[in-house]
Design a protein around this ligand. Sequence first.
Ligand code: PA5
Length: 428
Amino acid sequence: MIKLNYENAFVSEEKLLESAHLVKAAAAILHAKKGAGKEYTGWLDLPENYDKDEFLRIKEAAKKIKGHSDALVVIGIGGSYLGAKALFSALKHNFYNEIEKPKIYFAGQNLSPTYLKDLIEVLKDKDFSVNVISKSGTTTESAIAFRIFKSLLEEKYGKEGAKERIFATTDKSKGALKSLADTEGYETFVVPDNVGGRYSVLTAVGLLPLAVCDIDIDKLMEGAYDAAIKYANPNILENPCYQYAIIRNILYRRGKDIEILANYTPKLKYFTEWWKQLFGESEGKDGKGIFPAGVNFTTDLHSMGQMIQDGRRNIFETVLNIEKTNKDIEIESIDEDIDGLNYLANKTLHEINQKAMEGTIMAHVEGGVPNILLSIEELDEYNMGQLVYFFEKACGISGYLLGVNPFNQPGVEKYKSNMFTLLGKPGY
Ligand code: PA5
């Protein structure tokens, strides 16, 4: 269950109720699929209507990959990368690739030759498979990486052998990747037409890589399913998703145009990146939008803390709090207290981290930074499934409150066409 505490957001319950009709109207448009970008709202019903046959095929493909591969290279960028990376990092061991198999590597999310060369070196003596993910099937970064890894697989296993190790997640009927996959006979998975990239983590885009590293994708979908029911409640006082959407909109209207998402565990670093993409690409349009930023505490308290505490007062902070930890360390008392830490004896690191969070919230609120505290019980599949759905829905509603289409990304196309022109791509 996600708990939202807005007592430090400088928004009263009265103010919240005053704006409740706005969020209700936005939610009604979203549910009726009548708003801007309505053709990309399939993610809303995904936890109930997902393709059950494909879900089984995902599990079978994961089993096959685990059976013959030391490593899986997941190729994709943006919405075809961040969801899987976020949940992999949140739910698996911090040092997963050092102790578990198949190792998971991500590629195609940048154009760095050094990154690719280094990865090729790491894979040299390993049996590996590739999951190439691209809805359009034409994205340059992922297409280049796939061309390279496809050749490597064909050199290593021959064309037929490579076929057994390449899994393509793309549009059901169109795009260069779909044509290539059909020509070569790769197993394919579908990015549904009505689900945009950044809303696609609960499709094969996220589910196949996650299943390969033994993340319980049934529990993930169960969490999202329960969230879909809970966050359809029209009573704003009982719906933290609607509260989050309207509070950030109220703060934006007061000039707070930067939202900082803060976490207190390295496991949420990439979840924060996923969230940044979700809100950034959805809201940043027509000269409007809240700039989504992220900080990883307590690490960044020693770099960004000063700016948050004392810089320009155009920010608000949303803190992701994980209430329980499944691993902890107790501080022991020692005879000679030379390091002066005996005052912490018998406390656990989790308790100390929680106090760091509470102290930081107090300081930032005193510094004039509105705070929204979002708590989940623990980092597991069920809770993360809920959190994904919570943010997706809050983002769709926020976009409508702002008056933009939260489901397109016309701005992303601009750099692509400039790059194609500079590179001499036919037609540009
Ligand atoms: O959210 C989005 O739509 C984008 O970030 C895309 O996911 C990203 O540009 C990659 O596109 P594609 O999956 O077509 O390769």
